[in-house]
Design a protein around this ligand. Structure first.
Ligand SMILES: [Fe+2]
Length: 399
């Protein structure tokens, strides 16, 4: 089966402005200055990082690159919550930031994006106002964001939405709107250096899911399908041999993973995610699985399920043939031949990833299914679902 490579420049023409290549993080101050609306100098920058920032080998170089600016460093530890987003937005306001620079994984980027979008609100953001903002479109204007991912896979640098976890209520919230989309994405493969192997595996699993879901979604268009296929053309190499989390990815693998994650992020920015992501939220909130891991554990089963769609159970108004063609486009790009083969290879990757074993989901399957169906993205799935069919899918072991 031939491997499709869609040219990069035809898929990266829309916002955010995207810089790709080793060493490109050195341009972060210039990019921040360009997107800032402020003429004041020195530029006032809120730098949002994760808890592990200072352990990464490149962290002093990134801070050094921003030194001409008046810098305030804020930490987004773990998953963004209404409280952490309110705190970050408050820090942006107190610092009178002109621009937010987010350097980290998906949680850091999402926390920073949400805080930037809410930092122009008339009153200081609170937990309640952040959670309330997720019920409506995000404010039209916010601080510009320069997003610098340090894990591959989340695509958060390319999406106009930010995931916020309301752990107390057991719900995943989403802040959505044009102001949540970063202005610039800097994809520097050198920033993946020092990433633990199991974190890399989780990021890849998130990308596997987002690239497939972006292509088969009922909201997918040709562009989303092409982006999903372009991502998988770069992901197939990770399925070609058993994944070893102890082996650091080389420069070429780091670039492929980062670019695939970005393509997949752009695909879901167009088409949204579907039932794998809807299932992942209760798996994270109730069973403690990392986001990518939570997406990966059901992806093979959902791929087989969706590939067997017929017109009688198709949720896409364009018909089952369109869904099967979108899946075939991705499996061709992955060099897998057909959907069951790709599903099996994804499951082999998961089994060799070094990630902890998945808890037995069977006793909780009906509840996980019901919670998943309560998220609107489950409605993007191209094959119809019910609590019964989803429970069956969760309790069926791979063939
Ligand atoms: Fe995801």
């Amino acid at each position: 089966m031939s491997v499709v490579h869609v040219p990069v420049d035809t898929l990266l023409t829309e916002s955010p402005r995207t810089l790709i290549g080793a060493g490109r993080a050195a341009a972060v101050a210039k990019e921040a200055e360009t997107v800032s609306q402020s003429a004041s100098r020195p530029l006032r920058v809120l730098l949002v990082v994760g808890a592990g920032f200072s352990r990464r080998p490149w962290h002093t170089a990134v801070v050094g690159a921003l030194r001409p600016a008046r810098l305030h460093v804020a930490v987004q530890p773990g998953m963004p919550t209404p409280a952490s987003v309110a705190r970050l937005a408050g820090e942006a306001r107190d610092h009178r930031a002109d621009v937010v620079v987010a350097v980290g994984g998906g949680s850091v980027l999402d926390g920073a994006k949400a805080a930037a979008a809410l930092s122009y609100e008339p009153a200081d953001p609170t937990c309640a106002s952040v959670a309330g903002a997720c019920d409506e479109p995000a404010p039209a204007t916010g601080l510009p964001v320069v997003a610098v991912p340090t894990t591959p896979g989340t695509g958060a640098e390319a999406t106009p939405f930010a995931t916020i976890w309301d752990v107390d209520r057991g719900r995943k919230l989403s802040l959505r709107g044009g102001s949540v989309l970063p202005s610039v994405a800097i994809l520097d493969p050198d920033l993946l250096l020092g990433l633990p192997g199991t974190r890399f595996a989780c990021s890849l699993l998130d990308t596997f899911a987002q690239a497939l879901e972006g292509a088969w979604s009922t909201r997918a268009d040709d562009r989303a399908e092409a982006l999903g296929a372009a991502a998988w053309a770069r992901l197939s190499r990770f399925l070609d041999r058993p994944y070893r989390s102890a082996e650091a990815p080389d420069a070429s693998e780091r670039r492929a993973a980062l670019l695939a994650g970005h393509y997949a992020g752009r695909a879901i920015a167009v088409a949204g995610t579907t039932v794998c992501h809807a299932l992942s939220y209760p798996l994270t909130l109730r069973h403690g699985l990392d986001h990518g891991h939570a997406c990966g554990v059901t992806l093979g089963r959902v791929l087989r399920y969706n590939a067997a769609v017929e017109d009688g159970d198709c949720a896409d108004a364009r018909g089952a043939a369109r869904v099967r063609a979108a899946i075939a486009r991705v499996t061709d790009a992955a060099g897998a031949g057909d959907a069951p083969t790709l599903a099996r290879r994804i499951e082999s990757f998961l089994a060799s990833s070094g990630l902890p074993p998945v808890p037995d989901l069977r006793p909780d399957a009906a509840r996980v299914a019901a919670e998943a169906l309560s998220y609107d993205r489950a409605g993007n799935n191209p094959r119809r679902l019910s609590i019964e069919s989803l429970t069956r899918l969760l309790t069926t072991t791979a063939p």
